[in-house]
Design a protein around this ligand. Sequence first.
Ligand SMILES: Cc1cc2nc3c(=O)[nH]c(=O)nc-3n(C[C@H](O)[C@H](O)[C@H](O)COP(=O)(O)OP(=O)(O)OC[C@H]3O[C@@H](n4cnc5c(N)ncnc54)[C@H](O)[C@@H]3O)c2cc1C
Length: 482
Amino acid sequence: MGNILIIGSGFAGATAGALLQKHGETVTLIESSVEWGGSAGKFQRRKYRFPVGATLGMGWEPGGIHDRIHTYLGSRPAYTRQQYAMTLSSQGETLYYYEEREAFLQEWDRLFPHAAGRIRRFFRDVWSRAALLRPLMKQFPSIPPASASAAGSLLKGFRPGQLKLVPELMKTMDLLITRHQLQNESRFLQLLDHILLDSMQTTHDKCSLLFGCTALDIYHRGTFYVHGGLYKVIENLLEHITSEGGTCIRARKITRIRRGVNARYEAVEHRGRVHEADTIIINNSHHRAAELFPENLQHKVALPEKKKEWGAFVIYAAVEAGAVTSMPLFHQLYLSEEADHFFVSKSMENDELRAPGGFVTITMSTHIDLNRWKTKKEYDSQKQLLTEQVLQRLEEQYPGFRDSIVHLENGGPAAWKRYINRSGVGGYPQFPSNTLWHAPDVTTGLKGVYVCGDTVFPGAGSIGAASSGVLAARAAAGERIL
Ligand SMILES: Cc1cc2nc3c(=O)[nH]c(=O)nc-3n(C[C@H](O)[C@H](O)[C@H](O)COP(=O)(O)OP(=O)(O)OC[C@H]3O[C@@H](n4cnc5c(N)ncnc54)[C@H](O)[C@@H]3O)c2cc1C
């Protein structure tokens, strides 16, 4: 296979690199930012450390994706399992998203007693679909299978019961909503949509039924607080690369890739240094990956049509811990009935990797429509408006919050573009037309060039991105790893 170059240290790139190095290949990983991890990275301000984006850990339960990857590699970061994934606060009510299913259903009974039976049946249907799909997803399927070993993985995960899901492949979650007569339960749908927006980047009427069921089920498989932040997972993966003889280089951006002389490809850094490689894995979307190639090759990497991408706006605050003792670690906060929701994550009070004793760091993030942030005027006013709305909302919920802030800053699409080479973050909306065989896969039209990350099958989040890293490693190695 020759030298392997990984471009980018996000969840997908770092996973692919660590697996390939463990498999016996020689990996060089290059990251353009001074920080590792992309959307799951961190930054430091004085004594305070902030996760740039991802905070909620999943996939660490026995047999979960990260559990399997890190068992294979032989070490893992420290984490604490949560009793509930998050709380959802809306109109003075709080719902605890318990891992334990019956406790979770009782929460919905409490909020919607008149619809309790229908909501219970809805979630049972959701979970039964997820249970049918689980053996398939466990195999890290690539759909359609690109090789004989990928077809073998697909077959291994096949269960006859899955056949009954075939007619539902192109359906949205609306199918179950109407089947259980929940289409007029507007408050229930609003809460459901906010959960789906975070994981599927779209709402129940557009979200792929089968993927939506899997996403809603994942919170019941276990959610985790990773001590220090999810960047600790990335650091662990990168340590595997370097401790086994590979190389990781940061603050070096790859600006172009050309056909090579001694190796198949030459990737050129912004400072002109050239890396020769026979296999390249690019941790970015197909479109951004294509831009690295000469014009006559770009069509072989880019997708035929551009898919819609969301942006993210995040507010970062360091606060006195005493002001937010009652704030849960993971919290969905609704600004108003109609408006945006924010995902608020707080560090554990004794997590000294995030803040010194007596302080915690908090991130507040939301999806944004990039079209509303185009001009400087729009950008500045959106930033100011959202920051003010969120701080005000938190002040209402936790009186004294604003006075307890010792550091405050925010980041919009321009900051994401600067630090992780793309303003669209968090993957494509999981419409039926974007999932399964409609989803971009890790291969490209160029031999030895693969793409991975949250815009690649199976999609967003640390679990989806890491899975695409596994698929890229398998495709590059030409055999099953893990
Ligand atoms: C605000 C926010 C909150 C989120 N919260 C959660 C959460 O709580 N839980 C969860 O599981 N997921 C969450 N996610 C999603 C999750 O963070 C992402 O899906 C995942 O981290 C993306 O990983 P990736 O592999 O696509 O890489 P990216 O994060 O896109 O990283 C790619 C890396 O490659 C580098 N790179 C790209 N091109 C080049 C180049 N030419 N040269 C050198 N380097 C390059 C970039 O600098 C970057 O570091 C959140 C996302 C956001 C934006």
